[in-house]
Ligand binder design. Sequence first.
Ligand code: C2E
Ligand code: MG
Ligand code: MG
Length: 292
Amino acid sequence: IAKRRGKNTYCYFDKAISDRVMEQMELQSELKQAIEAEEFQVYYQPLLGMKTNQINGFEALIRWNHSDKGLIEPAEFLPIAEKSGLIVPIGEYVFREAFLQLKQWMENGYPSIDISINLSVRQFKDDNFLDMIDQLIDEIKVDPTHIIFEITEEIAKHDIEYAISVMERLSEYGIRFTMDKFGRGYSSMYYLKELSIQKLKIDKSFIDTMMDSRHDKKLVEAIIKLAHVLELEVIAEGIETMEQAKFLSEVECDKVQGFLYSKPLPRSDANKLLSMWEDLTNQERDVNTDAN
Ligand code: C2E
Ligand code: MG
Ligand code: MG
């Protein structure tokens, strides 16, 4: 009996694995079709200046609007896109959309808005990456000094010399870099030393726990001080409560991003938010100057 049960258990697990593999294969083939079916959409989440309370920029975040399954989050499909290399054409779509959006902001009277775009290892390593960016900038005629690429230390881990040379080329256009998910990895200090970055984003996991832990609060404060000594701008992401915002203001974090301010929004909603936000902050400024 034991032997039979053992065999059954084995079969049960085997089935679970094959189900998972089938699911992944299905997702991968659907992912390929999704590019042609134009099922991807770029959402935009605002980044605000801590002192000014103004929207300084947006982070572009990919969404998959699946024909039957509805909106699928990046965590579900990006690992498959990365492994299969499909992230390259998907990423090109994100660059195009985000550059077009940036150009629209410029033309609509928001000349100081920046766009932050996430870069994966596979995209960064692609032979055609620099040419693709060059062509898109040329074609869309967008101002590259408002483009920020969010990289992670994974990109540098693979081949630091290569990372340095690609980033140098992009810097020549005026493109800037943020080290995303800072604090999550192991050797962030080394990459801060070697790579030419301008901004640092504190990983959400620190923000999540900092209000319950004196130690985590100290860590966040130390990261902000370190960044400032290195003349880097610091962004905190994943802010959901007023308490978190208040603390980050006390320790002089430069920029904030999180559901407290806004979730990532489709293009038209992001544009509405931007214009309403501008109107309100201008009104408040007028009220304050009148009062003085
Ligand atoms: P990330 O670059 O660190 O992006 C921040 C993530 O935190 C986003 O998740 C955003 O929706 C989420 N977030 C922001 N504020 C809050 C908050 O207050 N609470 C909570 N719970 N979450 C918040 P999302 O959009 O699911 O993206 C996950 C990751 O997928 C991104 O992490 C990034 O690494 C990757 N990703 C997203 N879009 C792209 C893309 O176009 N290209 C590439 N290569 N990667 C992307
Ligand atoms: Mg990011
Ligand atoms: Mg991030």
